[in-house]
Design a protein around this ligand. Structure first.
Ligand code: ZN
Length: 649
């Protein structure tokens, strides 16, 4: 990757992007918390008595759902009437908002919008939000009342005789309710939150450590500060920031973004600076790429265009979210397109040639002998001579035994045991009445010496699998590891199984998976629903590369497989949409119900020195589901093509 040199770049812009992204996360978190007030409003408009009577059941559920909230309250007629969690000292019940927060409360009612209070007399770490509620059942004029709060007497005289003045607000203009009727002021829903919770202090602390997985301009450790523009006393910062501010050297100039939740009038600034100060970091963009699922988009040409647009977009500091969405949807499109048009051709070798090799041939050996045929798309495979004559997926399931295979690259299958087992089992398939003219095996049919070509072929495997007629798994106790840059045989075999059984179980043919055991027994495998679900569990646990701490510094197999898994998933969704049977719909349900299990958003990449949290499916699945929904809304002819998913009569 080091050959793509874009020269020096503005590292500040890249750190600024990180600051924007973090600020956006905080905004979303605060918006999410405010969501609790909107929910309360909707419930009160519908049935205020029910909400008041069951507030201590409703509020805890809201607090669990809309994180970050310390306390929820109702203030009927503008006086705090009930608080959850219950307030043992009654420090809040009876608080007259219309008297003590007069201006803010009135502004909020007149604007009809929620407002973060700056006048609330609490420590700066508390965020108080008032949300006015208008209900069709509320009376136009508030009832007269008298009560005591904090040792003082308060009253509201709204009898006809009383003067309507600022100090005794009794009526406010109504608003038009969605039902068409006029709705009057009922009271407030309120939330009190610890600013540290809504700003996700824990998440901010991750910026200080590499373990957070944040990388910008090649920097992995940051000092940060979050300050409220309206309320300077409300500020969160890390210890290092305090020291930096006192030093104020140019090497530590802060970059920051202004952020806001305008709907409640909250504005703040978020500042960042690399913990080591600004210094040259020439390979920052390589590191930045690690943060997006680059293995997925490294299709022909595509990796380069994404890198180029990443370069261009670093200057566009406010659009990180859009940029991310862009990259992710490109990645999803690339995965879907790979089902039809392979990123690397499907290479096949004839059964006769394979059986005559005398040893397990590598891709490069067969290529040099001119023994490959090349198919660019699944239509070539389906329409040509290949479908009728049968393509066998030959999968080698090497299992690591531990340390007794310290062999070098050339030593793989030196004694030819694996190859002999393959030859015997391919011949053995005849007794099942199956005839194959072609073989595909990753070691023989995928480039072993060019990492980009290898990744392109990996991204195409779901497409390849829809062309295969049967799968033969040859198991062995030796040679689990493969000694080139590519994935280990053990993890490969699992990926092949996942893609093949998902593609095949959705067709009309019964599944043709065979296994040649270590003991030399050839048998047909039963692939039922639970076996397919088990195959989808591929990303749980560790691969061979993980157990050796990715010593070569290359991507983890989990990263390499994201595109293939996504393609397979899309194809499955398309089959289900086309009415493809119980197996497909049950599988879709299982995968959707346990999203994070089958599509982990992140994973821990262990290197020899330290763990790094990297993205896997973060955001990707959401984008894929959104794109699939959009695709489904189109007429058949305009949908993205997922070959072989059409319903057969
Ligand atoms: Zn790994």
């Amino acid at each position: 990757m080091s050959s793509f040199d874009f020269g020096t770049c503005d590292s500040r812009a890249d750190v600024m992007n990180l600051a924007s992204m973090k600020a956006m996360e905080i905004t979303q978190q605060i918006r999410q918390s405010i969501g609790a007030l909107k929910t309360l409003e909707a419930m009160i408009q519908f049935e205020p008595g029910f909400v008041e009577g069951n507030f201590h059941q409703i509020a805890p559920a809201l607090r669990r759902t809309y994180k970050g909230i310390a306390c929820l309250a109702l203030a009927k007629y503008g006086v705090i009437s009930t608080v959850d969690p219950p307030d043992p000292n009654s420090a809040l019940v009876g608080f007259p908002l219309l008297h003590l927060l007069q201006q803010e409360a009135r502004d909020s009612i007149l604007s009809g919008e929620a407002k973060a209070s700056t006048a609330w007399d609490a420590d700066a770490s508390t965020l108080v939000v008032l949300h006015p509620i208008f209900a069709p059942s509320a009376a136009r004029v508030l009832p007269s009342d008298e009560w005591t709060y904090n040792g003082r007497n308060y009253s509201r005289d709204c009898s006809l005789a009383a003067p309507m003045d600022e100090l005794h607000p009794c009526a406010f203009p109504g608003v038009v309710h969605p039902s068409g009727n006029l709705a009057h002021f009922w009271g407030f829903a309120m939330l009190l939150a610890n600013f540290e919770d809504v700003a996700d202090l824990e998440g901010l602390k991750e910026l200080e450590h590499r373990a957070g997985g944040w990388v910008a301009a090649g920097f992995t450790h940051f000092a940060w500060r979050l300050s409220d523009a309206e309320n300077p006393a409300r500020m969160l910062e890390c210890t290092l920031m305090t020291q930096i501010s006192m030093g104020s050297a140019a090497a530590y100039a802060l970059v920051g973004v202004d952020a806001a939740v305008p709907e409640i009038g909250l504005r703040w600034r978020f500042d960042l600076v690399p913990a080591v100060g600004w210094q040259a970091s020439s390979d920052w963009w390589v590191t930045a790429l690690v943060a997006i699922p680059v293995t997925l988009i490294f299709g022909v040409g595509m990796g380069i265009s994404v890198i180029a647009s990443l370069r261009k977009r670093t200057l566009d500091k406010l659009n990180v979210q859009n940029f991310r969405f862009d990259v992710l949807s490109k990645a999803v499109s690339a995965s879907v397109e790979a089902l039809e048009k392979f990123q690397f051709p499907l290479c096949l070798v004839s059964v006769d040639d394979f059986l005559k090799c005398g040893a397990y041939p590598s891709y490069e050996e067969l290529r040099n002998l001119g023994k490959h045929v090349w198919l660019d798309s699944c239509w070539d495979a389906m329409g040509g001579d290949y479908e009728d004559s049968g393509i066998l997926l030959l999968s080698y399931e090497g299992m690591s035994e531990g340390t007794d295979h310290q062999d070098s690259e050339s030593a793989f299958d030196k004694d030819g045991d694996v190859y002999k087992a393959m030859v015997t089992s391919i011949r053995g398939l005849k007794k099942y009445g199956l005839k194959f003219n072609w073989v595909w095996s990753q070691y023989s049919c995928m480039p072993q010496q060019n990492s980009i070509q290898h990744q392109c072929a990996t991204n195409s495997i779901a497409g390849y699998c829809s062309c295969f007629t049967a799968m033969l798994v040859v198991e062995s106790r030796k040679g689990a590891e493969q000694h080139t840059f590519s994935s280990s045989f053990a993890s490969w075999s699992r990926l092949e199984r996942l893609c093949f059984v998902t593609c095949q179980c959705l067709g009309t043919d019964s599944m043709k998976v065979f296994r040649y055991t270590e003991q030399g027994v050839l048998k047909k495998e039963r692939v039922d629903r639970s076996a397919v679900e088990f195959a989808w569990d591929i990303l749980r646990g560790s691969f061979q590369c993980c157990t050796t701490y990715h010593a070569d510094g290359r991507p983890c197999d989990k990263q390499r497989f994201v595109g293939a898994i996504l393609s397979t998933y899309w194809r499955l969704l398309a089959v289900e949409r086309a009415g493809g049977g119980d197996m497909a719909s049950q599988l879709v349900k299982v995968l959707r119900d346990s999203n994070e299990r089958y599509f982990p958003p992140t994973f821990t990449y262990w290197s020899e020195t330290h763990p790094l949290q990297l993205e896997l499916f973060a955001g990707l699945l959401h984008v894929a589901h959104q794109m699939f929904a959009e695709d489904s809304a189109k007429v058949d002819a305009e949908r993205m093509i997922a070959p072989g998913t059409g319903l057969r009569p």
